[in-house]
Design a protein around this ligand. Structure first.
Ligand code: ADP
Ligand code: ADP
Length: 225
């Protein structure tokens, strides 16, 4: 599914803009990265696309349909956060299947999707564990599995690797790219890390103080900073 932003803006105080006049078309199956320093508006933009934050001005289209007032659960979007957002009292399996339960997906189908996702992410042996019994990398895999089983055509990730050490971060970058390609989903990935943006993006948007500095392929941006 494609995502188009037209002059999208956000002001929290009716005075300054957290996001200002952003326009871009993100293609189906594209790995699109939002990059820039802390406070430049990345999370706000992601939250507006997810429907978790209202839009002050402009439009967002999901697959050509105006989505400004579409509720989050109708947008066909899954999300992965930096802090994993796992339920501490639930097992890995229950965490992964929580959203499917809410959507009343049949039990058999839930099990099937869970096993497939855990197989891809190497988490099959941890299904009965609680989040506190897992390492940071394993917790992030649970959060990824939860996005995978939702089978949403769009995935938004907000700094998903910043709590991990450098070695694991490198490994997870590759895993996330492979997963995204295998599933053919449209990805919008937020990071403050230039290297991460350059190594993962099909195209990237460089933000500064809520304004778009550049949009392009990593090599083009690298050659014309
Ligand atoms: P980033 O994700 O790039 O770190 P954010 O989108 O979190 O940036 O923040 C962009 C700007 O909007 C910052 O100046 C921040 O203080 C402000 N901001 C974010 N969320 C809120 C909010 N709920 N209320 C008021 N200001 C906010
Ligand atoms: P309870 O046992 O009271 O039903 P839960 O197991 O549903 O609690 O959740 C435990 C805690 O984890 C709660 O404080 C909840 O706010 C938090 N939590 C659960 N899911 C999420 C999520 N997706 N994002 C952020 N926090 C979450």
């Amino acid at each position: 599914m494609s995502i188009t932003l037209k002059h999208m803006s956000k002001s929290f105080d009716h005075e300054t803009f957290a996001v200002r006049e952003t326009s871009v078309s993100i293609q189906e199956g594209e790995f699109f990265v939002l990059v820039g320093p802390s406070g430049c508006g990345k999370s706000t933009m992601l939250r507006m696309i997810a429907g978790l934050e209202s839009i002050t001005a402009g439009e967002i289209y999901i697959n050509g349909t105006l989505a400004n007032d579409m509720p989050p659960n109708k947008r066909q979007i899954s999300m992965v956060f930096q802090n994993y957002a796992l339920y501490p009292h639930l097992t890995v399996e229950e965490n992964i299947l929580f959203g499917l339960k809410v959507r009343k997906i049949p039990k058999k189908e839930q099990k099937k999707r869970c096993l497939e996702a855990c197989d891809m992410l190497g988490m099959t042996e941890y299904l009965k564990r609680k989040p506190r019994e897992l390492s940071g990398g394993q917790r992030q895999r649970v959060a990824l599995a939860r996005a995978v089983v939702s089978q949403m055509p769009i995935c938004l990730m907000d700094e998903p690797l910043s709590n991990l050490d450098a070695k694991l971060r490198g490994q997870m970058r590759t895993e996330i790219r492979q997963l995204q390609q295998k599933l053919g989903i449209t990805m919008i990935y937020v990071t403050h890390d230039q290297v991460e943006a350059m190594t993962m993006a099909d195209r990237m948007m460089v933000l500064k103080k809520g304004e778009v500095q550049q949009i392009g392929k990593p090599l083009d941006i690298y050659n014309n900073p």
